[in-house]
Design a protein around this ligand. Sequence first.
Ligand code: UD1
Length: 420
Amino acid sequence: MYKFVIQGGTKLSGKVEVSGAKNASLALMPAALLAPGKFKIDNTPDLADVLTMSKLMETLGAKISLSGRLQTIDTKGVSNFEAPYELVKKMRASIYVLGPLLARYGYAKVSMPGGCAWGPRPVNLHLEGMEKLGAEVTLDSGYIVARSKKLTGAKINFDVSSVGATGNVMMAAVLAKGTTVIGNAALEPEIVALGDFLVKMGARIDGLGTSTLTIEGVDELVPCDFRNIPDRIEAGTFLVAGAMAGGTIEVLNCEPKHMSSLISRLEEAGAVLSVSKESVTIQAPDAIRPVDVSTSPYPGFPTDMQAQWIALMARSSGSAVITETIYYDRFKHVPELVRLGANVEVKENVAIVKGVEALKGAKVMSTDLRASASLILAGLVAEGTTEVLRVYHMDRGYEHIEKKLRGLGAEIERVQSDEF
Ligand code: UD1
């Protein structure tokens, strides 16, 4: 076990490079199950979640390696179609193997993902989508079992915009017989990246980046090489760090157009941003102005930036209202931020944050990935020492975070710890 020990109060400045997108990698890797052979995916982040997906795909018979940022996936040997509980319980995105296995092999058995740290996260839309494509889906001893001779195109209209269900159904539909139309499809850049990858494999998909996807099934797909997109949530976290603890920092290798909602909120908060093609420079404001946000599907303000925004608003000069519309209970970071001196009150899915003059270092516990990020941000500006326990959450989605923050001048160390 490790913890982060942070000495707060150092001004951050300099340049930081963003890694490849975790949530895109977790979709691209299972998509490789749709064709036998060797894929090369560049800009793959070295993260615990990517390792979990690698282990899962190796269990299925694929061979996976990561050399620097270049991931090689060989799917020739795939011969097992079962995603076991031990891996799915570690990472819900394991459900992404359902669509590709079903489409290519006519059978998939995937452990049913349970709830997550901040509450229920159903997969009903994934399962209904597979059924509409003609699969027989049953639940057996904690496992989803899906079977189909050949999937058939269908009209599928999601009543909720879901990243995962859009990705899973898209992966199943590319090998189905005939046309599939997905309505209320997710617009997230990670879904567009997945679609681009599938198209490069030979899939026929129209409407990527819009809410209607039209997919003409093809008989077979072929392996390809692909470059993953940058991680907009990692980039966004560094921008918030810049707003809270800058100085001036330059976030490199990012895709600013994927962050327009965050960038405009940061400007409203008083930060000065300069955007170029693949980088964003942020200069911290003298005083952070309070800015309300409400999370929503892309291109709205991402739920994956909500915890970090609360950390920023905890140091604002007024009162901000943060409304969570995607995951109503996603506020596990709040009691820990309060331990650092933040003034935050949660009522149902709304957090009211009253900015304070100073946060004070304390021992805090991370409960999930983005909660950890918010605690680190708060620790960077808190007076004295902050210890953030359960670093493994952070390692799921931020590559070498302490090294990157140290590169900006932060005083942060990863220290072995038996505290849990
Ligand atoms: C993905 C991201 C996660 C992000 C989330 C929302 C990955 C690996 N993870 O998660 O980081 O926080 O998008 O942007 O890409 N829903 C249903 N039924 C379903 C599926 C979802 O009701 O079958 C609901 C969820 O409870 C939630 C909403 O749809 O309220 C959006 O969830 P979804 O987009 O599916 O999230 P994930 O794909 O799991």
